[in-house]
Design a protein. Sequence first.
Length: 386
Amino acid sequence: MAAILGVCWFVQRQQRFLLWLCSAFTLTAVSLGIRSLLPFELLNHHVVAVSALYLLGAWCLAMGFAERRNASTHPKLALLTSLITLVAVFYFTGINLYLPGRLHAFGLGIAVILLLPVSDVLRHERSKDWLDQTLLWSYVAYAVFTMLRPLLVSIFGPAGLGDAMHPNSAYWETTLISVTLYALLITVLLCAITIRATIDQLRDERDHDALTQILNRRAFHEAAKRRLADQRLYPMAVLAGDIDHFKRINDNWGHDRGDQVLQLVSSIFQRHVRSQDLVARFGGEEFVLLLTRIDLLGAERLAQRIRLELSSDNTTLPPGARLTISFGIAAITAPHQLAEALKEADGLLYSAKKSGRDRVYLPDRMYPDICFQNTVPQDSSAASHF
Ligand SMILES: Nc1nc2c(ncn2[C@@H]2O[C@H](COP(=O)(O)OP(=O)(O)OP(=O)(O)O)[C@@H](O)[C@H]2O)c(=O)[nH]1
């Protein structure tokens, strides 16, 4: 199971809690292995070391649990608890041989270490996800059971805790079964959580443009279908925008600067739209917006605002250069009109480019807006002025 969690961590490196859990399982398995294989007399000589390994495994389990939910394991308290537990184990083994005392102290120590992050987690718990909830409550149940195990065995075990060092004792069998079942349960839960996180990540990468993090063409069409099916969102408008002379920006100031411009444009788009609207990069310097509950004039006003904000930006290009963008807008009043509207907006965008750029074109009425003189230098030699 430690190996399975190790593989899960290898797949999802950013999920560091998997590495903590892998270490927890390894340490627990090693200490249980030593405990199973060492003869009774030898075990008594090494019981403090074996207990220390087991406590370290418990702390790794707590770390994994805490890390996943940004809680603290309170390391100083954990260390203090471990030291007190080890002193008690030593006392009940080497000074005053009393097995029940040793087992109670050990169970209590492990439970306290496991429960240290729980109050933090409960205070900040927001997730309603059933996998997360099962993980949380099975962890708490395991910690409580670890504390109560010696007591339960002393009450219900046929020989109480008297034969607890015997490999076939009720105490030892309960320990092995509970640890194995719990490890199995959290391995299955964590595998499910990791698989789901991987799928979410792949879906996110599939749907979003890597540079700007906005929707790509495929995801735009998928999301647009859902918007178009909702009658409450009409009328809609499609807005096709294309940065003017973008090639010159790349040529004059390099590809990185071009990338920054693309990021700036997409962030301005996202700032101006509403939650139901869609913003997508269709490729290169071409963007498409689906605006909901808006008529053509409203869409035009929005496009003009974006155009003016972009042209007044002085954070991305060197002083003296101005960023401009052209738009074509088309209306949508019924679900089947998307493809047609995209074509129309694209045609209007082309006309806007042809007639001088830095303007917004609508169907029927062409707006020869104030056409500012484009100040992006015409050739790469101009870059030396900046
Ligand atoms: N930096 C950067 N450049 C890109 C990216 N994708 C495409 N390009 C560049 O965008 C430029 C697009 O150039 P054109 O299609 O000629 O368009 P333009 O120069 O904006 O001219 P108009 O659209 O007519 O105003 C090309 O030089 C592409 O190499 C990208 O992700 N990052």
